[in-house]
Write a protein that binds this ligand. Structure first.
Ligand code: AMP
Ligand code: MG
Length: 390
C-alpha cells in the first residue's frame, strides 16, 4: 500500500492544466490568469488630488489667491498655478503639474480679504497621487497563474481591461454508487439510506470554483456501473465516483473502470480514513474513486482532489492551507495508518473531536480542520501538530 506522499506525487504528475479562454471580468472570478497582464496605462493616469482641499504653488508668504475650482473628471490640463496661487480641488480630480501640494480642507484658513492660508502647511507633493505611482504603463500588473479575486477584477477594471484570458474550469462528473441509496426528500424504505455524497461533493466543488457538475447514480452491478462511467467519460475532465471501490462482493467500480480503458495509477493508500481511495487516468482525464463512507470521501476530496483541481485550473498542485497548531487533545494510541483527524481550530489551538468514524458527517460538520497524525505516532496535549484548514 502506498503512502499519502506517494499518492499526492502520483496525482500531481498525472495532472495537467486545461486550455484557456477569454472571458468577461465577472465570469473570470476564481479562475487563474493564463497570461501576464501588462498595464495598458499608468495608474493613476494623471496626478490626482488625494484630498478635498486646495492645490497650491508655494510663494514667499503663506497667503494664496484662489483661482477657481477643479472637480473630479474635469480636464484641468491647461491650468497653470503661479506662485501664491491656489485652486479648490476635490478627491480624484486632476491636479495641475504646477501645484506643489494639496492642502486638505481641514487645514485651510480663510482670510478676511478672500485669500487663504494653510496651517499647517503641507510638505511638498503632499496629498498628490502621482501619475503611475500604483503601476506604470507596460509593466506587469498581474502574473500568469494569478488567482482572480474580487480585488484583482477591480484592479483590472481600473486599468481599463474588460476581458482576460484564464485557464478553463474542469468539467466534473460525479457518480454515486450503491443499491442502498435514496434521494433526500423522499420516503426512506427499510434497509435504505439517504444519499449524501453527491450534494456534499457538488458543494465542495462549488467552493473551489467549479459550478457545473454532471451527477449520476449507479446500482451495484457491473454493467450499470460500466455504462454510467462510459457516459460520464464522454465529457468529464475529472470523474469522481463514490462507493463501490472496497473489497466487497458488490464493489464493481475498479473493474468497470478497467473495462472503460481507465488506467489505474494506485488503489489503496495507507491512511485513515480513506484507505480504499483509487486514482486512475484515461489520457488527460482524471478518475478519483472515493470510499462511500461520507467522512472518508470528503477527507479524500480535501487532501487529494483540491490540489489536483487547482493545478488543472492553472494554479499549482497546492494542498489546503497547512499550519502548525497546538493540540488540546492527546492521542496516545498509535495507529499503523497515517490519520486525518477532524478537528476544530481556533487562535493557534486545535481540538481533535470525538467521533472520528468515517461514517460520521456530524463530526465533520462541527470541524474546520484536519489534523495529520503520522503512522505509529502519538500526540500529547500541548504538542505542535500539522493542521490543514478548510
Ligand atoms: P462503499 O464504499 O460502497 O462500501 O460504502 C461504504 C459506506 O458508505 C456504506 O455504509 C454505504 O452505505 C455508505 N455510502 C456509500 N455511498 C454513499 C452515499 N452516496 N451517500 C451516503 N452514504 C453512502
Ligand atoms: Mg457500496
Amino acid at each position: 500500500m502506498i503512502s499519502i506522499e506517494e499518492a499526492l506525487k502520483m496525482i500531481s504528475n498525472s495532472t495537467h492544466s486545461l486550455g484557456y479562454s477569454e472571458n468577461n471580468l465577472i465570469d473570470s472570478l476564481g479562475k487563474v490568469l493564463s497570461e501576464n497582464i501588462l498595464a495598458p496605462i499608468d495608474l493613476p493616469p494623471f496626478d490626482q488630488s488625494a484630498m478635498d482641499g486646495y492645490a497650491f504653488k508655494n510663494g514667499n508668504e503663506n497667503v494664496y489667491k484662489v483661482l477657481g475650482l477643479i472637480k473630479a473628471g474635469d480636464d484641468a490640463s491647461k491650468i497653470v498655478l503661479n506662485e501664491n496661487e491656489a485652486i479648490k480641488i476635490f478627491t480624484g480630480a486632476f491636479c495641475p503639474s504646477s501645484a506643489d501640494a494639496v492642502c486638505q480642507i481641514e487645514h485651510v484658513i480663510q482670510n478676511q480679504d478672500g485669500t487663504l492660508s494653510f496651517l499647517p502647511k503641507p510638505n511638498s507633493q503632499a496629498n498628490i497621487r502621482k501619475q503611475g505611482e500604483q503601476i506604470k504603463k507596460g509593466t506587469v500588473a498581474l502574473e500568469k497563474g494569478h488567482l482572480l479575486t474580487p480585488a484583482s477584477l477591480g484592479f483590472l477594471a481600473n486599468l481599463g481591461i474588460d476581458v482576460v484570458k484564464t485557464f478553463d474550469i474542469p468539467k466534473v462528473g460525479i457518480i454515486a454508487t450503491g443499491n442502498e441509496l435514496v434521494a433526500p426528500g423522499t420516503q426512506l424504505p427499510y434497509g435504505k439510506i439517504y444519499e449524501s455524497n453527491s450534494i456534499m461533493l457538488q458543494a465542495v466543488l462549488k467552493k473551489y470554483g467549479i459550478e457545473k457538475v454532471i451527477l449520476s447514480k449507479a446500482k451495484d452491478d457491473l454493467e450499470a456501473t460500466t455504462t454510467t462511467i462510459q457516459t460520464q467519460l464522454q465529457s468529464a475532465d475529472v470523474l469522481i465516483i463514490s462507493g463501490g471501490i472496497s473489497v466487497g462482493d458488490y464493489d464493481y467500480v475498479s473493474e468497470a473502470l478497467e473495462k472503460n480503458g481507465v488506467k489505474q495509477i494506485f488503489h489503496k493508500v495507507n491512511q485513515k480514513p480513506g484507505k480504499p481511495f483509487y486514482f486512475g487516468v484515461k489520457n488527460n482525464q482524471l478518475v478519483f474513486a472515493l470510499p462511500g463512507n461520507p467522512a472518508a470521501a470528503l477527507t479524500c476530496f480535501y487532501i487529494y482532489i483540491v490540489p489536483a483541481i487547482r493545478k488543472m485550473m492553472g494554479g499549482t498542485f497546492e494542498m489546503l492551507e497547512k499550519i502548525e497548531a497546538t493540540t488540546e487533545t492527546s492521542i496516545l494510541k498509535p495507529n499503523a495508518r497515517a490519520q486525518f483527524l477532524k478537528a476544530k481550530y481556533k487562535n493557534g489551538n486545535v481540538k481533535i473531536l470525538e467521533g472520528q468514524s468515517s461514517a460520521m458527517l456530524h463530526t465533520f460538520s462541527e470541524s474546520n480542520a484536519l489534523v495529520y497524525l503520522e503512522q505509529n505516532k502519538v500526540i500529547k496535549q500541548g504538542d505542535k501538530v500539522e493542521t490543514y484548514l478548510f
